[in-house]
Ligand binder design. Structure first.
Ligand code: GLA
Length: 386
């Protein structure tokens, strides 16, 4: 595949004697801990083997020349006075990254970059964070001798998303894409960015990604609204317990505190955040102990909460996770990522994949008229030069 990309690169940008380098950034799933990375919670994501490739070469024109094999739009963007322009479409992501690399005191400079991603678009597997971290690493390698740490790359990606694109996302996606580890999940404390890797050993079970093939536009979705509702809940709870800095600072023994929130919607949102955070700790322990049954049960509880309390699932995810959870050899299934559509994950018995696909696929199509995709992917390392 890289050979083809190289051909495409030379066709589009022409040949010269400068070095062309190759990079890959994974996408991600989150095992559990959803919609709490902006509430100071713990999350449990993994980087996966599908992701975004870049071929890149320096240019002397201080231009970001971009071409994607996935999206028609390509162009030449100046690296002077960088600003978001809706006409740039997807190219605002690389441009935003350049801006924040520079704002963090690092160097930027001209690059010709060809992009190819095999992440289903709009699937909630974080194609945008994958692109951000990928471009950050290209600037890091070409213009900064690798001095930008993986953690800084993640924060640059998040700034791009929050301040340049306008999605008020948390740090989870960028962090795992920058720092993922093969065959490991990462328990990330979003309060202080401390993290720990857990061997991702499901014993005689396997992970399946359930793509509803219903696109989700994060920016147009209710993501920012949920975030504002969480902030509102925190504001109310701080009147009663000023020491809390985030919703997830609330301990399991203090759940009564949530009764102080009068608005039932805001109370539901806060209840999800607090309980989901506790589920993450239990899930990480279950994985460590090899108790995959318990891990599966926690996935189901998480999904119920995201559907009923946080209300970020929608009919497509509800259908696919419902049928997955009905299947005899499924230990647990849930939505993953921002939700509203996109992907779910399921843990199933290793040798029941074909039966699972048939059972869930058929019923999902009956419910929605769409054809689901069932992806088996290994757990991968974070961003890297190839
Ligand atoms: C999106 C955001 C993340 C996180 C998830 C929900 O993927 O980018 O920061 O909030 O949604 O858990």
């Amino acid at each position: 595949m890289l050979e083809n990309l190289l051909k495409e690169f030379k066709n589009h940008f022409g040949e010269n004697d400068k070095e062309i380098r190759e990079y890959f950034a994974p996408s991600r799933i989150n095992i559990i801990g959803e919609h709490i990375d902006y509430n100071g919670g713990k999350v449990f994501p993994c980087a996966i083997e599908i992701g975004t490739y870049a071929l890149a070469r320096k240019n002397d024109d201080n231009l970001l020349r971009l071409k994607s094999l996935n999206i028609e739009k390509s162009g030449e963007l100046s690296l002077e006075n960088i600003e978001n322009n809706p006409e740039n479409d997807w190219m605002n992501f690389p441009l935003g990254v350049a801006k924040f690399v520079q704002e963090e005191g690092y160097n930027i400079g001209g690059l010709d970059i060809l992009i190819y991603g095999n992440i289903p678009n709009g699937s909630g597997l974080s194609s945008s964070a994958s692109l951000e971290i990928l471009i950050g690493e290209v600037f890091n390698d070409f213009y900064n001798d690798g001095k930008i740490s993986r953690k800084e790359l993640a924060l640059i990606g998040k700034s791009t998303e929050n301040k340049f694109i306008g999605v008020n996302s948390g740090i989870m996606d960028q962090f795992i894409i920058a720092l993922g580890k093969k065959e490991h999940a990462m328990l990330l404390d979003t309060n202080n960015l401390e993290y720990e890797y857990y061997p991702f050993d499901l014993k005689d079970n396997k992970l399946v990604i359930l793509n509803t093939n219903k696109r989700r536009e994060l920016k147009d979705s209710k993501y920012n609204e949920r975030r504002a509702e969480s902030d509102k809940a925190l504001e109310i709870l701080r009147e009663y317990k000023p020491s809390i800095k985030a919703l997830c600072d609330i301990d399991e023994s203090e759940l009564d505190l949530l009764d102080k929130i009068e608005d039932p919607i805001i109370r539901k949102r806060a209840t999800h955040a607090v309980k989901e955070n506790h589920r993450v700790a239990k899930a990480a322990k279950a994985l460590k102990d090899g108790d995959i049954e318990l891990l599966g049960e926690l996935l189901v509880k998480s999904n119920d909460s995201l559907r009923d309390l946080y209300e970020v699932t929608g009919p497509h995810l509800d259908s696919i996770t419902k049928h997955a959870n009905e299947f005899k050899d499924c230990l647990g299934a849930r939505m993953t990522g921002a939700g509203f559509a996109g992907c779910g994950i399921a843990i199933i018995k290793e040798d029941s994949f074909d039966e699972f696909v048939e059972y869930v696929g058929k019923r999902y199509t009956e419910d929605t008229g769409l054809v689901a995709e069932f992806i088996q992917s290994g757990i991968d390392d974070g961003v890297r030069r190839l």
